[in-house]
Design a protein around this ligand. Structure first.
Ligand SMILES: Cc1ncc(COP(=O)(O)O)c(C=O)c1O
Length: 375
């Protein structure tokens, strides 16, 4: 035992802050009495995925004895071509979640901070705290990232600002001009992460995924995922487009085989299946306004969304609350996501489904509210 330890510990002890982290809890997958509930609780792709991706995944079964290509070179080349990006600036993660963790591990140390929106995605705060950074939350008036509120939180020790655009669980988005203004006001040493997990579903004319801004900047990382529009959530493939020096730093600690062979193969096939992506996008863009209108017509508060989901807020009255609505829908075989953990206790987040799924939500909530009225 050296005398450099102040006090010897009698058990393995996590470093400071780890036990203050609340573990991530995913959306519910089971509804009592339903073998196959309508699962609208995790913003997955209700259409499944490209049949070409399934075939590529199955073919990869022949290679289970091999380590994957640690550079994901074929996938790298395909993404580079499709999005017109320099291949050497791409980094791959076991889901984009892993990239958030790697970014914080590379750039944050105790005394540093990260900034995210008040209602921002839970994975950012876990990544920041795991790297022993302080996590700062910028108020989101109107459930939307506000550039000035974000900048109010930024100081010389801010290493990363995480912005999901569109955001989860609110579905709100920031315009191209807002993102450019935010970036222009950040210190040069602060990385702006623009998480485009839902970018494919956006159709607002003022929306931009930020890739064009990122091309020429030394401190922007774009992250994207195969989990949503491409329907490959099970396989965990995310990618980032980073400045060369940032990509180089991340590569030094990235687990070398973090994207496995079936995942790389399926992602490559999915990327090439434009028809499937188009169908996924069209489904969301058709039914998102429909569901918003139906639920708004029931008197529920709907937040305009550019994601594949809607945030729906309920009254704070017994018999009409979000928690009760969640239970009621589950009793009809429809699973949605309560978002109290995001600081939105009156909210449910509902993934856009196929026509019958969306009608089941609208009919279910109409019945729920009618029942509440009779109390
Ligand atoms: C805003 C946002 N970013 C990233 C992700 C995670 O994506 P992945 O499956 O690539 O880890 C999600 C998943 O729900 C998300 O909502």
């Amino acid at each position: 035992m050296t005398d450099t330890l102040d006090k010897p510990l009698d058990r393995p002890t996590p470093k400071a802050g780890i036990l203050d982290i609340s573990p991530y809890v995913g959306g519910k997958a089971k509804a009592a009495g339903y073998a196959e509930p309508i699962k609208l609780s995790s913003n997955e792709n209700i259409l499944g995925c490209s049949s070409k991706a399934i075939a590529a995944y199955a073919a990869a079964a022949e290679q289970l004895n091999l380590y994957p290509d640690g550079q994901a070179n074929r996938l790298r080349a395909a993404i580079s071509e499709k999005f017109a990006l320099e291949p050497e600036r791409l980094v791959f993660g076991c889901g984009s979640d892993e990239l958030f963790a790697l970014i914080c591990q590379v750039y944050c140390e105790p005394g540093d901070n990260i900034v995210q929106g008040q209602y921002g995605f839970l994975a950012y705060r876990i990544a920041g705290r795991a790297a022993q950074a302080e996590v700062r939350f910028a108020d989101e008036p109107d459930l939307r990232i506000n550039v000035d509120k974000v900048l109010d939180q930024v100081d010389a020790r801010t290493k990363v600002v995480f912005i999901a655009n569109p955001s989860n669980p609110t579905g709100t988005w920031n315009t191209r001009d807002e993102i450019a203004r935010l970036h222009a006001a950040l210190p040069k040493h602060t990385i702006l992460v623009l998480d485009g997990a839902y970018a494919e579903f956006a159709d607002a004319p003022d929306y931009s995924d930020g890739i064009d801004l990122a091309r020429a900047m030394d401190n922007i990382i774009i992250t994207r995922t195969f989990s949503k529009a491409y329907g490959l959530a099970a396989l965990r493939v995310g990618w980032g487009y980073a400045p060369l020096a940032v990509a180089d730093a991340i590569e030094r600690i990235r687990p070398p085989f973090n994207v496995n062979i079936p995942a790389q193969a399926a992602a490559l096939a999915a990327l090439a299946d434009d028809d499937f992506i188009e169908q996924s996008r069209a489904l969301v863009q058709t039914w998102r306004p429909w569901l918003a209108q139906q639920l708004g017509g029931l008197g529920l508060e709907i937040t305009a969304s550019q994601g594949n989901f809607l945030l729906v807020q309920f009254p704070d009255k017994p018999g009409r609350t979000a928690a009760e609505a969640e239970v009621f829908l589950a009793s009809r075989g429809v699973l949605v996501r309560g978002v109290a953990g995001y600081g939105l206790p009156r909210g449910l987040r509902i993934t856009i489904g196929r026509e019958a799924d969306n009608r089941a939500v609208a009919d279910g909530l109409a019945a729920f509210l009618a029942q509440g009225t009779q109390r």
